[in-house]
Design a protein around this ligand. Structure first.
Ligand code: AMP
Ligand code: AMP
Length: 355
């Protein structure tokens, strides 16, 4: 069985060029400012995009014909069919094996982009953005990134929950090429990977974060289950972290006192070789001069976006790491590389040893 979405790279290239030429895609010019962090060495990037300051948030107010006719004031779902032809790239039902009925996905170009060929994987049928990812959603995204990365490194990400920066309720994952060819976090993740590559680990950063390396089985039919398992390990760590934080400091306890997965916000980064998850406390950072910066998963991949000169100056002054720390939760483990058996409370089962 081959990986899904074969030939996607060329389709995205062709479609993006046509959509940009016809203005179906609104492309914003940007300037990348490198801001290496002195303590961790992480080569953060801040993208300055003055053109975005004038763009309305969300999808720009598009309504479907039906809603306009009915006078329905709810915002339209931009990821529901019928698709805008110029933004549509591909559609496929992804299956675990031949006997599986599978899940249907559509690849669309991101209508408002700053990086060329920024695209979205959306569920064909409506699913909530706050629901956990299915093994096939992870498999489809990972397969796409892996395939596209053979020519130019790509990154995938998922903004989940009310504090994650997600702007659309219809389930969508995103992927885009990396301008510098690397994710700013690649090096620190590589430097702290545990000896047992099956163990999830926490980077020594001032905010809680969890990473699982991806070393998938060779049979494609086993990859969805494998990806689903790695992701579940990260969700487990996030829930456990939240419980332990609430025990130490009841003011961090969720409403009602119980930690419920559907109410947790997180940023998820997906590369061909790892999943990196950061629990989110808040979406928006307010700069010294009062500008609100909405930070999504790209921020936690080390790539921040600002829309005005004052914000750029304020970010330079305070540093990217301080902003990420403010919008995350404090870690409960010591600030050192911690393997999953050390992150989990006493008595909890650590991840299985690799055979
Ligand atoms: P998020 O804000 O992380 O939930 O991601 C949603 C993405 O969808 C944003 O990056 C928007 O630029 C993009 N978007 C909004 N409206 C449309 C649309 N009509 N077609 C395609 N992409 C869109
Ligand atoms: P916004 O107007 O804030 O919704 O963002 C406009 C577009 O920029 C969306 O497509 C976002 O996904 C994208 N975007 C946000 N942060 C970054 C980043 N750090 N690098 C590249 N694109 C980004």
């Amino acid at each position: 069985m081959s990986l899904p979405f074969q030939g996607l790279s060329q389709k995205i290239k062709t479609q993006f060029k046509a959509a940009k030429d016809s203005n179906a895609v609104v492309f914003f010019d940007s300037e990348v400012v490198e801001l290496d962090d002195a303590d961790t060495g992480i080569p953060f990037e801040v993208r300055y995009v003055p053109g975005l300051a004038k763009k309305p948030q969300g999808d720009g107010g598009k309504k479907s014909a039906g809603e306009e006719k009915n006078g329905d004031e709810r915002p339209a779902d931009p990821f529901a069919p019928p698709y805008v032809e110029e933004l549509f790239v591909a559609e496929e039902t992804v299956k675990e094996d031949e006997d599986d009925s599978g899940e249907a996905f559509v690849v669309l170009l991101n209508k408002f982009c700053v990086v060329p060929r920024h695209a979205l994987l959306v569920t064909k049928n409506f699913a909530r953005q706050t629901a956990p990812l299915s093994p096939l959603e992870l498999f489809a995204t990972w397969s796409i990134i892996k395939q596209l990365s053979s020519r130019e490194k790509h990154l995938g990400f998922f903004n989940c929950g009310s504090e994650s920066g997600a702007s659309q309720p219809h389930k969508h994952l995103q992927f885009m090429p990396l301008s510098g060819g690397v994710v700013p976090f690649d090096e620190i993740i590589d430097a702290h990977k545990p000896q047992n590559r099956r163990s999830c680990f926490q980077l020594p950063l001032p905010y809680a974060n969890f990473t699982a390396l991806i070393d998938p089985p060779s049979a494609a039919s086993s990859v969805p289950g494998y990806m689903g398992q790695r992701y579940l390990e990260l969700l487990d760590l996030m829930i456990d972290h939240r419980r332990r934080l609430a025990e130490e400091d009841p003011s961090t306890a969720p409403d009602g006192g119980h930690v419920r997965l559907s109410e947790l916000s997180y940023s998820l980064i997906i590369t061909p070789t790892y999943l990196h998850l950061v629990p989110r406390r808040r979406e928006t950072y307010t700069t010294e001069r009062g500008h609100a910066l909405s930070i999504n998963a790209l921020g936690y991949a080390g790539m921040m976006l600002v829309k005005d000169q004052e914000s750029l100056e304020d970010v330079k002054k305070v540093g990217v790491l301080a902003i990420l720390t403010d919008l995350g939760f404090r870690p409960v483990a010591a600030s050192d590389t911690v393997e999953v058996d050390a992150i989990l409370p006493t008595g909890a089962a650590p991840a299985a040893e690799a055979p």
